[in-house]
Design a binder for this molecule. Structure first.
Ligand SMILES: [Zn+2]
Length: 243
């Protein structure tokens, strides 16, 4: 049995419990159309060689335009497309001092062209991925965005996470446990009770990505769009004109 991880290697994981994700504003972006359904294609998106669309892992700050205000009682949420982390500025203010400004970026949430006072995006450049002992993992060969299927015990294996006060990735926001407990950090409303995730110095071997799964993706959108060209500006313009 492995020893319990040192305090600097344990984080509380805050993740949205909601299915009420925040829709991007399709009129603010070019769009691509797949099987008659238009999907916003923002400038911060990367397309892997086999077609999957995801947040470009090399980017820092991500500003977004949304079609609807995030539900007020859900302080940690994500965008329906691409899963950009959306957090309330009230909760963000409680962890703001933990942000390493070289790697974690706060962005704006705009609606109808206006910055929303109460909301922000949170994004980490080259975010360390969460892994599962029974899952598998892959990454985009262009930007390195990780894609993992989480099953079994969840953990971090990237030594770069050790001691980090705050980690932000596609799965949520992680606050070092000793810091969260020390300040009696409240749980964001609408989130799961946080569980502890540790760094493992000797992680279990990961399975390769199953051969039957051709597209790299972290959302159904990516799988659906695997064979679509990246920019469908003509279709986007027609679609916009038809609204
Ligand atoms: Zn990529």
């Amino acid at each position: 049995m492995a020893k319990a991880a040192a305090p600097a290697d344990r984080w509380l994981w805050y993740a949205a419990r909601t299915g009420r994700c925040v829709p991007l504003d399709p009129t603010a972006y070019p769009s691509i159309t797949d099987q008659g359904e238009a999907t916003p294609s923002p400038p911060w998106v990367c397309r892997s060689p086999n077609g999957g669309l995801h947040i470009d892992s090399r980017l820092g700050r991500v500003d977004i335009d949304v079609a609807k205000a995030p539900p007020a009682n859900i302080e940690i949420n994500w965008t329906c497309d691409y899963g950009v982390r959306v957090v309330s500025r009230a909760w963000l203010s409680e962890i703001r001092d933990l942000i390493d400004e070289g790697t974690i970026f706060v962005g704006d949430v705009r609606r109808k062209g206006r910055r929303m006072e109460n909301w922000a995006t949170l994004n980490q450049t080259g975010a360390p991925r969460l892994l599962g002992s029974e899952g598998w993992a892959d990454s985009c060969p262009i930007c390195g965005q990780p894609f993992s299927v989480l099953r079994g015990r969840l953990f971090f294996a990237d030594p770069g996470v050790r001691g980090r006060p705050l980690i932000v990735n596609g799965q949520g926001v992680f606050v070092r446990e000793d810091l969260a407990l020390g300040r009696n950090l409240r749980r964001p409303t609408g989130s799961f009770k946080p569980s502890v995730v540790s760094f493992l110095a000797n992680p279990p071997a990961l399975k390769p990505r199953p051969a039957w799964l051709t597209p790299l993706g972290s959302s159904p959108v990516e799988a659906q769009q695997a064979s679509q060209p990246h920019w469908r500006s003509v279709l986007a313009a027609l679609w916009k004109a038809g609204r």
